[in-house]
Design a protein around this ligand. Structure first.
Ligand code: HEM
Length: 458
């Protein structure tokens, strides 16, 4: 076991062993995240210790009972682990990193932007963004028969367009192109080594990877701050988008969110809100095109709904819903949910001290034998036959920090997928049509297929 029991008379302190061979663990996790977690559990049982550079050691579980303990723990005894690998991307004030009263206040301000009625307003935007990409996007080729599609690039373009317009109201071609280039540069500059090895986060005469990242972040912040300034000085808050909503929202005491905090929150929405959803769309297309029966069942449902179905109607189709849920079960793009303890807490029967980290390995939860039969298979019907508790199925995490954008992600995935399948027939290129699915590897805030998955338009 990687945990040791506390000796009598010892002060309350961590029972997690200090990290050893951390770089090797990081390498193993970087090569095959899911297998690494399975290996750790096979060695230690559940719970098991995982060691990550940048995070330190954490006690992880992959069981529904463990998920229940974590999500039901007293809110005040949990906070996000700091230092945190995503800190440079999202910033100190980000909802992902704050805790306690501050997290509660900011979440109350942001959450209404993602409530049902508002999200439904984005239906048309999602459909239009998908159709736009399929017609060639800004510079690509139209999805005509014989065209080869890089699903990841296409899905990213769709979800980035949606988030830019939903958050900043970006609807002009020039501004979209500017944002798209800067966001791509910013995300690319945050390489795996920078994420996992904090000592590399140093600059030298503007020449090191960290310098490149800081330059890209400054450029993105300059765009965001200019948008905020335009709205505040020209009093055009455009309440239709999320920035407009945040500019007019007030804390309970009547105060507004400071500009630098607002910049961190908006950068967070850009980072958290587009690659995650894009990756899920790619996996949904991938599995559907490897499972002809599922694809036929979904096409039949879409045909019955008819070509005049509104985007909102499409989002309510039961088999489409089951396909999307099954995709997020097999590929939870944010595969670990972590909390640091602010006070002693017993997790899976082990007494932990303030400062210790606990975690949920979502791929293990989503394949727990007590819940799922044949967990490695793509079987959307399992969601038609049964409902699962939030402790059995948790692609968006849970408790008081459950993903604030879950409703938007769900909606986007359903509408984009329905739109694509209604308009074209695709087939996986031979390399992906058979054999093992590509591995999921960490990338920025989430994980995604190691290689670009390609399709041909039939
Ligand atoms: C398929 C797509 C997505 C997946 C799988 C996903 C997953 C997650 C997970 C697992 C967490 C951590 C929850 C926890 O700690 O319990 C999270 C947090 C968060 N997500 Fe998402 N997410 C997705 C899309 C989005 C979108 C579209 C947005 C916004 C536009 C978003 C914004 C956030 C934010 C701000 C947090 C921090 C919430 C907090 O700590 O209070 N996510 N997400």
């Amino acid at each position: 076991m990687g945990v040791r029991t506390q000796g009598r008379g010892e002060d309350a302190h961590s029972v997690l062993r200090q990290p050893r061979l951390v770089p090797l663990h990081a390498l193993a996790a970087g090569v095959d995240f899911e297998r690494y977690f399975r290996w750790r559990r096979a060695r230690e049982g559940d719970p098991f210790v995982v060691r990550f550079p940048g995070f330190g050691s954490g006690l992880f579980t992959g069981t529904p009972e463990g998920a229940r303990e974590m999500f039901r723990a007293p809110v005040e005894s949990l906070e996000p682990p700091r230092p945190n690998p995503v800190e440079p991307l999202v910033g100190d004030a980000s909802l992902i990193l704050t805790s306690g009263q501050r997290h509660r206040r900011d979440r109350a301000l942001l959450a209404p932007a993602f409530h049902g009625a508002r999200i439904r307003e984005y239906a048309q935007l999602i459909r239009e963004s998908t159709v736009h990409e399929m017609s060639g996007g800004s510079n690509g080729s139209a999805w005509t028969p014989g065209t080869r599609i890089d699903a990841r690039a296409a899905a990213r373009a769709i979800t980035l367009r949606v988030i830019l317009e939903a958050v900043f109201g970006v609807d002009s071609r020039e501004r979209r192109a500017e944002y798209t280039a800067v966001v791509a540069e910013f995300l690319d500059a945050y390489t795996g080594p920078l994420m996992l090895v904090p000592t590399l986060r140093r600059g030298l005469f503007d020449r090191l990877p960290w310098d490149r990242f800081v330059r890209a972040r400054d450029r993105l912040d300059a765009l965001i701050l200019a948008d905020i300034a335009r709205r505040t000085t020209h009093s055009e808050p455009r309440t239709g988008d999320i920035l407009g909503l945040l500019l007019t929202a007030r804390y309970e005491d009547g105060g507004t969110m400071p500009e630098s905090d607002l910049c961190d929150q908006l950068r967070t929405l850009l980072v958290a809100g587009h690659e995650t959803t894009a990756t899920s769309l790619v996996w949904a297309l991938f599995h559907l095109h490897r499972e002809p029966e599922s694809l036929a069942a979904l096409r039949a449902e879409l045909r019955t709904a008819g070509s005049t179905a509104t985007a909102a109607e499409l989002a309510r189709l039961p088999y489409l819903d089951a396909v999307c849920q099954e995709t997020l079960r097999l590929h939870p793009t944010v595969p670990i949910v972590v909390r640091r303890l602010t006070e002693p807490f017993t997790f899976r029967g082990i007494e932990l001290a303030a400062g210790d980290t606990i975690g949920l390995a979502v791929p293990l939860l989503h394949s727990a034998p007590q819940t799922w039969t044949h967990p490695q298979r793509f079987q959307p019907d399992r969601f038609a036959d049964r409902r699962y508790t939030p402790f059995e199925y948790a692609p968006f995490g849970g408790g008081h920090r459950r993903c604030v954008g879950a409703g938007l992600a769900d909606y986007e995935l359903r509408i984009a997928l329905a739109t694509i399948l209604s308009l074209v027939q695709l087939r996986l290129t031979p390399r992906f049509a058979r054999g093992r699915a590509p591995l999921s590897v960490p990338h920025n805030i989430a994980t995604g297929p190691r290689r670009a998955i390609t399709f041909e338009v039939a």
